[in-house]
Write a protein that binds this ligand. Structure first.
Ligand code: SF4
Ligand code: SF4
Ligand code: SF4
Length: 239
């Protein structure tokens, strides 16, 4: 039931992507910065950072439009990926983007204002033929990379948003703020490996579960491991 609810939410989010695209756009943030404006997408990234302090990367499993696309891709390629290698690419992209963003704010003379609807004046992102091209290019890029690389391949390799979530999660940990986690009672585990097979983030769940909870910030709190473990080793909890 829980997975049905989650899948419904992320498919709706994917269907709404033509409306919301700009609010996840790295380009809109840069364009805003060139004018000294904090745009809607930058505000959303900041919001993601703040929510991650308490809820880790739950955004990636429960809200993100690309989560819906990733779940669809699992039907074609559900191979685990080399998370560490892909992380290097992802952070390289993120740091270049962040450097450009900061440089643009400096060139513009600092922050002059906030405009949530910057470049989305009528509230809908895909409102012209050129935007349709961008929209389909983003979907195609995400789809092709995920199909070729494996489970959540695009998320692991080039998502510019996930460092905000990882950063928020790390800050919450550092400040010892209670966070939503997957907790475990490994004494009940029979090492069947079903959790590993079901994890969309290629986490070795039953190994991580030996620590009493899933520590890694790669966990997106989707709950698939919880819902598929017949021995009820795993559960949501506050850590
Ligand atoms: S990693 Fe990025 S694209 Fe993937 S679900 Fe999370 S926020 Fe969305
Ligand atoms: S599915 Fe449950 S019992 Fe099986 S390996 Fe994972 S935690 Fe252990
Ligand atoms: S460890 Fe469990 S909750 Fe975390 S991403 Fe994997 S399946 Fe989802």
């Amino acid at each position: 039931m829980r997975q049905k609810i989650r899948n419904t939410i992320i498919i709706i989010s994917l269907l709404l992507f033509p409306i919301t695209l700009n609010f996840f756009s790295p380009y809109v943030s840069i364009d805003g910065a060139m004018n000294g404006i904090i745009s809607g997408s930058l505000l959303i990234f900041i919001f993601m950072f703040v929510t991650a302090i308490f809820f880790g990367r739950a955004w990636c499993a429960w809200i993100c439009p690309m989560a819906g696309l990733s779940e669809i891709c699992l039907n074609v390629n559900d191979k685990n990926v080399n998370v560490v290698k892909l992380r290097i690419i992802r952070y390289s992209i993120f740091f270049i983007w962040a450097a450009v963003l900061i440089t643009m704010f400096i060139i513009a003379g600092g922050i002059k204002g906030v405009d949530f609807l910057h470049l989305t004046e009528n509230g809908i992102s895909v409102d012209s033929p050129i935007k349709y091209i961008i929209y389909y290019l983003v979907l195609a890029l995400f789809f092709i990379v995920t199909i070729l690389v494996g489970k959540r391949g695009a998320c692991h390799s080039f998502c510019w948003m996930s460092p905000f979530l990882v950063g928020g999660h790390a800050l919450g940990k550092l400040l010892k703020i209670p966070q939503l986690r997957v907790k475990s009672d490994s004494s009940k585990c029979v090492e069947c490996g079903i959790c590993n097979k079901n994890c969309p983030m290629s986490i070795n769940v039953n190994l991580c579960a030996k620590d009493g909870y899933i520590k890694t910030s790669d966990c997106i709190l989707c709950g698939k491991c919880i819902d598929n473990c017949k021995k009820k080793v795993l559960r949501y909890g506050i850590k």
